[in-house]
Design a protein around this ligand. Structure first.
Ligand code: AMP
Length: 189
């Protein structure tokens, strides 16, 4: 199974993806985590990415598609399946991912979209204490989400049943709901 978790920053994609990966035995692939590790390791990519992340902007599509393509090419991804958290974040990334999926023969794709109001997201993001969680960065990230990432849901919904799931409430109850939906999504639209 190949899972894509969509949703705005702060909605709980990371937390939910981790739980889903544990329950369904999938590999959790978070592009934000990959970039943060690169930043900690002070690689050239990491240092560039850190600046962009701290501004609440998106790292370029070329770089992100390259990272994801690399990560998905391992045999383990094919055997175990995976959950993509934080990718795709633009229409270009979604189109590139389609190509990667058909090239690698990934054809059991299941997509959920977690949702919450902006007030909830801002409150959560401001409470996390991550370096890219200042008010200015948070506001920017939500704007970038609306402009560039929200259209990805519409793009997918032409081809896949995309389920919207309320991301406010008890983490485990939300997770049970997501896992239930993932298990029961059967086919393309
Ligand atoms: P996240 O941990 O998913 O909230 O990502 C943190 C930051 O990493 C984002 O605000 C972006 O700056 C960058 N990032 C993560 N994933 C992507 C992506 N798919 N495309 C562009 N930038 C990304």
């Amino acid at each position: 199974m190949q899972v894509i978790i969509l949703g705005p920053p702060g909605v709980g994609k990371g937390t939910q993806s981790l739980l889903i990966s544990q329950k369904l035995g999938l590999i959790h692939l978070s592009t934000g985590e990959i970039l943060r590790s690169a930043a900690d390791a002070k690689t050239t990519l990491g240092l560039q990415a850190k600046e962009i992340m701290n501004l609440g902007k998106l790292v370029s599509d070329d770089i992100m598609v390259g990272i994801v393509r690399d990560a998905l090419s391992g045999q383990e991804m094919n055997e175990k399946g995976f959950i993509l958290d934080g990718f795709p974040r633009t229409l270009n990334q979604a189109v590139a991912l389609d190509k990667i999926f058909s090239e690698f023969g990934f054809n059991d794709v299941r997509i959920v979209n977690i949702i919450a109001d902006d007030e909830v997201l801002i409150k959560r993001l401001m409470g996390r204490g991550r370096q890219d969680d200042t008010l200015e960065t948070v506001t920017n990230r939500l704007r970038v989400y609306r402009e560039q990432t929200a259209p990805v849901r519409e793009y997918y919904s032409k081809e896949y049943p995309v389920h919207d799931i309320n991301g406010v409430g008890d983490i485990d109850i939300i997770n049970d709901g997501i896992v239930d939906v993932l298990k029961n999504i059967r086919s393309k639209v």
